[in-house]
Design a binder for this molecule. Sequence first.
Ligand code: LRH
Length: 500
Amino acid sequence: MTVATVAAADLGAASGRVMLARVGRDLLDLTEVHRFANEPVQLGLTLYWDVLALYRGVLAGLREAGRAARAAGGPERGLDGIGIDSWAVDYGLLDASGALIGNPVCYRDRRTEGVPERVHARLGAERLYEVTGVQQLPFNTIYQVAAAHGTPAAAAARRLLLIPDLLAYWLTGQQGAELTNASTTGLLDAGTGAWSAELATAVGLAPGALPPLWRPGDLIGTLTPDAAARTGLDATVPVLAVGSHDTASAVVGVPAEGERFAYISCGTWSLVGLELDAPVRTAASHRAGFTNEAGVDGTVRYLRNVMGLWLLQECLRGWQEQGEPAELGELLAAAAREPGFVSLVDPDDAAFLPPGDMPGRIAAFCRRTGQPVPASRPALVRCILESLALAHARAVEQAQELAGRSVEVVHVVGGGARNELLCRLTADACGLPVVAGPVEATALGNALVQARALGTLHGTLTDLRALLRAHTAPRVHLPGTDRSGWDAARRRLSGVPSLP
Ligand code: LRH
């Protein structure tokens, strides 16, 4: 086929969207056909995802994608392919009949507090890092499973499916685990590329609970009659494995040339790192909190989680809830006029992870570290964005040191690429040009991998990125020449106790 017409379903922690993409050797266009909210629900002590609402959103989006594709003269069956990606680590449990047991728990839930320490006391933190290569964030699947061990739900569980795989199961009836997302769980042995039976057993997973692995590009299955009827698509439409971890798809969607680049996939999180051929599993890398996640085509996503725009999103959500919403564009413009380097926080401080009163927690951080509490909303936003830019720069620098590779450009993709102030501050803090865009890198990466699986495109990630460069127009932010403010800020923050 010379043009592949595919749907990319991309589920983020705040919203989901279905994009219709048309991809050919000299064609790449993407249209958003459906967007829906993704709001976790606090019920009693637990924070859940409303995964059935996500499924409903995906079905509605696929229906819309098929309708739009047919109207534009696309394939008779509606679509040539469907790919699903989402945030990492979270999962649903199935009972012996294949039915979902309860709602998946959100990774920001507090159930894993203190759990990594318990797991490490038994298995050894260093050894876990050697086996999995994965950074030890409290919400990794392995700690969530350990936290739930002994509950009635865990006792009834026969299968664990990560979120995109759960949706693919409902669409096709096939169960599996796509590799890039599986690599975030802390249950995959990076040496063998297979699930670690030892780790699974150690946290109480039933034998066989972890399903066979799919690789990006594999055929998952075709639509069930029910899914076909609900989407108006033909039952022959294939669901294809893509980089189902959103960050893996986003990295495919980085329009880089060559290999001397760092990327920041910037949304709710900032995932900051390098694309490597081999993992870095040194003690220094472990201490610095770097992870080796599986990328598409056997690449390694060597990166660090920086708390990202979550800090700003939570402020906005809080103001909205109090009935005093802010207009983001105006707020960013005002933040750009604020004086710099007044107050800085460490965005990675564990206090910022759960939902809640973000301005209050930032104020508490400032008080604790002897800095002025931001006196206005613009001052608060300036503090958040400067702190994020510094954290980006620190991670870019550390990644280069730890991996022994130097970079000449930083690509910012995802929603954060739209935030000019953040991109400019990041360029200044890194002392490197920032190439900002595409905003929809994840959906583009998802669609490109599908088009290659369908035989429309050929070649390596470099070839896919050449197509991206020809069809997207990223914006370049050059760094300022005066580094003195940033250097002083770095020194100031490195004196703060919560920093490594
Ligand atoms: C970003 C992301 C990130 C994970 C986090 C849970 O959406 O997938 O890569 O660490 O969510």
